[in-house]
Design a protein around this ligand. Structure first.
Ligand code: UN1
Length: 509
């Protein structure tokens, strides 16, 4: 069912939301960078960009802010993030709607993304009193050894279009309580939500009162501006979310100057449906994981291995779900699947489907859905039954394509599951304890996220988020991810009247 739509004026609505969110009109009118809404494909704004030297000046300013901010006690820094959480709660509706408008997400997902921002703020406020170091037993009498965590510096954040605000919030909430400044280069596809998020933080900063100027800044610009951030010597850590291709460029550049990287790159997430699986539950988890956000999450389910004993029960039902899922304008309908971000995404999807066909794939769905917008790219999600894991199945295509493969042996399915470059998220559907535990064991799933009886996407902020192999190895968000945003000092204090040397060394002069 495709959902009929009313006409929508995306530019006017964007302007009205930005006005409510307190964004200065001069920032997004009459500029040199045009932005579009995937909802209709129409232009929504023309943004002022920064030059490379302006970007560098902003980084210098952030560095000066960091030097003051690092001396503010951490619980007080937490107060700024508490205020940010309050401002986000107050502006959730408008910001969620702007996410739908600029990234094409359905309303509950636009709002859900803002909820993730609120949740990470709550987490970070608690964390601001828990930046614990260790006390370590020393081998020397009259000595004490401990670890201290110190603020790091200016944190560069590079974010992608698909989570245009939450990923910034994960990084910024932690970075700020850890005593750092933040400079953000958002995706060129979603600059308006970045300006809005910055305006919301600016309001929290104004309420806070005495935060140093320039503590958090946005760089609107293209790739060359991202490069300024990546190469700047006053940026000791860059947290970058995007494609593996982007990570292959960013990672070595950072390594060359010994800067740290948190890389959150591509995912080619897999699921295994075992003979004992609760198929109703699996069906819903797979449908959301594979079709939700129009397949444009890094955690989207892209590969499914189904045991041959349940294949004929599950796959026909899944196909039915694919045929009946509602595709439509997320601003004006209750459709579950919104648009692809742009034409390039559509072309990539079609190319992958062609290749899948050449490798023996049988495709359900995948065709363009005409909602009357020449430049709006809506598609039916595609389910592709593949004879084996081959061709496009091994690569991430950022679109709603689910490759389904039959298996008969769990070990072989697990080996296939792990036999791709990416290592972000994974799921097993089983009621068999041995299979479930095996999937989570050292020779189970090789991903940063491994789930049992829930889908691959929609992780909570309390866990560390990120993946292995070509996903880049970084961790953001919950657990102890905060440590990446601080520097560790090991301190040994001698309170005795002697100077014993470690390892029994004597050096008497
Ligand atoms: C992303 O797609 O870059 O687990 C992040 C999820 C979300 C975050 C996705 N919480 O699907």
């Amino acid at each position: 069912m495709n959902i009929a739509t009313k006409p929508v004026n995306v530019a006017a609505e964007a302007a009205s939301l930005l006005d409510k969110l307190g964004v200065d009109k001069a920032l997004y009118t009459g500029g040199d960078m045009v932005s579009f809404s995937p909802v209709t494909g129409e232009q929504i704004a023309s943004l002022k960009t920064v030059s490379a030297s302006e970007a560098a000046a902003k980084i210098e300013k952030a560095d000066a802010a960091f030097r003051a901010w690092r001396l503010v006690p951490a619980p007080k820094r937490g107060e700024l993030i508490r205020l940010l959480g309050e401002e986000l709660r107050a502006h959730k509706t408008e910001l969620g709607r702007l996410v739908s408008l600029e990234a094409g997400k359905i309303p509950s997902e636009g709002l859900g993304e803002v909820q993730e921002m609120i949740d990470i703020c709550d987490f970070a406020v608690g964390l601001s009193r828990q930046l614990y170091g260790l006390t370590i037993a020393t081998e020397r009498p009259g000595h004490r050894m401990m670890e201290t965590w110190h603020p790091l510096g200016v944190i560069g954040v590079i974010s992608a279009f698909n989570f245009p605000v939450a990923v910034w919030a994960w990084n910024t909430a932690l970075a700020i309580v850890c005593g750092n400044a933040v400079v953000w280069k958002p995706s060129e596809k979603t600059p308006l939500t970045a300006l809005a998020s910055q305006a919301i933080l600016d309001r929290a900063i104004a309420r806070f009162g005495d935060a140093p100027e320039g503590l958090s800044q946005v760089l609107i610009g293209d790739r060359t501006i991202g490069e300024v951030l990546v190469d700047h010597l006053k940026v000791p850590l860059v947290s970058a979310t995007g494609s593996t291709r982007m990570g292959r460029d960013v990672g070595p550049r950072l390594a060359k100057r010994f800067a740290r990287a948190i890389l959150e790159l591509g995912g080619n997430n897999g699921g295994i449906v075992c003979p004992s699986a609760d198929l109703d539950m699996a069906l819903r988890a797979i449908a959301f994981g594979a079709m939700g956000t129009a397949g444009q999450r890094c955690t989207t389910l892209r590969r499914l291995f189904v045991h041959d004993s349940v294949y004929d029960q599950l796959v026909p039902r899944l196909k039915k779900a694919y045929q009946s899922v509602s595709v439509g304008n997320p601003l004006e309908s209750s459709a579950l699947v919104g648009p692809l971000v742009d034409k390039a995404a559509f072309d990539n999807m079609q190319k992958a489907l062609e290749e899948a066909k050449a490798h023996g794939g049988a495709i359900t769905g995948g065709e363009r859905v005409d909602l009357g917008y020449a430049n709006g790219y809506y598609v039916k999600p595609a389910l592709v039954e593949m004879p084996k894991q081959d061709g496009p199945v091994t690569e991430e295509t950022f679109a709603p394509i689910l490759y389904v493969m039959k298996y008969s042996d769990f070990d072989a399915a697990l080996a296939d599951h792990n036999a791709v470059g990416a290592g972000l998220s994974s799921s097993v559907f089983t009621l068999d304890l041995q299979e479930a535990e095996r999937f989570l064991s050292p020779d189970g799933s090789d991903c940063g996220i491994a789930n049992v009886n829930i889908g691959t996407s929609g992780a909570e902020i309390g866990g560390a988020f990120g993946g292995e192999k070509e996903t880049g190895g970084g961790r953001e968000s919950g657990s102890d991810a905060w440590r990446a945003y601080m520097r560790r000092a090991t301190n040994t204090i001698n309170y005795s009247k002697a100077l014993p040397l470690a390892q029994g060394v004597s050096f008497d002069i």
